[in-house]
Design a protein around this ligand. Sequence first.
Ligand SMILES: Cc1ncc(COP(=O)(O)O)c(C=O)c1O
Length: 412
Amino acid sequence: MESVLEAPVELTLAQQVMEREKQYVLQTYARYPVVIARGKGCNVWDTDGKKYLDLLSGIGVNALGHAHPRIVRVIREQAGKLMHCSNLYYHEYQGKLAERLVKISGLERAFFCNSGTEAMEGALKIAKAYGNRHSPEKNELISFENSFHGRSLGAISVTGQPKYRKDFEPLLPNVRFVPRNDPAALEQAMSERTAGVCLEIIQGEGGIYPFSEEMIRKARELCDRFQALFVLDEIQCGVGRPGAFFSYQLFHPPVLPDVMVTAKPLGAGLPIGVILTNSKASDALAPGMHGTTFGGGALACRVALECLDIIEELLPHIRQTGAYFQDKLRQLASQFSFVKEVRGQGLMLGIEIEFPCKHFVLDALAEGLLINVTHDTVIRLLPPYLITEREVDRAVRGLRNVFRKAAKAARN
Ligand SMILES: Cc1ncc(COP(=O)(O)O)c(C=O)c1O
C-alpha cells in the first residue's frame, strides 16, 4: 500500500505526523488534532508554534510542568551513569525511594513497576494471594460503581464501568460492585469471603467524584472486621494532587490502607508505578510470586526522589492555588446556568455540565487551553502543581469564552 506520505502533495509537519500515525499506529486513541512539539513550565507549543496552557498535565503526569530544570538536571546526570540494571542486582536509588515513600505514606514496603495499571494488577494479585492464604473461599473482591483502575484484564475486572469491560468478558470472577457512598450496601456485600476492597478516594476518570469520610472509615472498619485488604488506588488522586501527598491523609486522623497503588506524577513524566503495603499485605507475597524487568530502574527511581522533594515544597502552593482555582470556577459557574457543579480537591477539579460537552475540548484548544472531558459531561482539570494565580486567571478567561460560545449556540 502506498503511504500518503509518499504521495506528491505538500503536507505540513503536523499533517505528516497525523497521517503517519493513522497508517501505522493501532487506532485505539481518538486523538485531538494537535501535535505537541515542546513544553516549558505550564505551557506547551504545537508544531505550528501555537501556545497552550496545559490544564491536564498529560492526564496528571506532568505535575511539575514541562522541562523542570531540577528534573532535567537529574535525568542528564543519571542517564550518563546508569539507567537500568534489572532487578537481579542492587542500585543506589530503589531502596532510597522505597524508604522515602514508606515515610511519606505510613506504609511499610514498596514494589516498583511501570504504570498505574501494572501497580493495580500487582495489588489485585496481593489481595488474591492474601485471600488464598486464609482459605480457598476467601476470593471475592469488592469495587465501586463508576470506578477506573486501568486497562489490564485484572484492572478492568474491578473497574465499575461496563463500557471498559463489555468486549473482554468473561473477566475475573467474584467481583462485586457497590455504589460509591453507600455504607449499608458495602456492609451487605462484604463477608469472610472478601479478600480485598478497592477504591479511589476521589474517582478521577469517573468524573471527579469524592468518597465521603464516613464511607472511607466504614470501608476501613469492614476490612478489619472481615480480615480483607483495604486497597487504595491513588494513581490519579495521589502524590500531591489533592494538596496532601495522598488523599487518605486529608482525613484527621488519616485512614491508612493495607495496600496503596500510585503512579502518574511520581516520575515527573517518566513511567513509574508503585505498590505500597503494610506487613499484613506484604506477607502474602513470597519470593518469585511477582516481578518485573523494568520496574524500579535507577533513572526512574532517582527522578522520582527528586520529584518528591519538589512536590513536598509545593504542597502549600497546591492547596492555595487549588482553592483559588475552585473559587474562580464557582464564580464562573454562577454565570452559566448549564454548569451543574464545580468539585474537587487541591488541583484535581471537575466542572459538571448539564449536557454532553466533549466538543468543549476543541473549543478550549482554540482558546489555547488543554483540557479534558470525562464521562461525557465533566470537564476535568489536572493542571501542573506549579500553576500560578495568573495562569488560573488565564484559564478561567478561556473557559468563559468556551461557555459563552455554548450559551450562544443554545440560544440559536
Ligand atoms: C485511578 C486510576 N487507576 C489506574 C489508572 C491506570 O493507570 P495507567 O494509565 O498508568 O496504567 C488510571 C489512569 O488514568 C487512574 O486514573
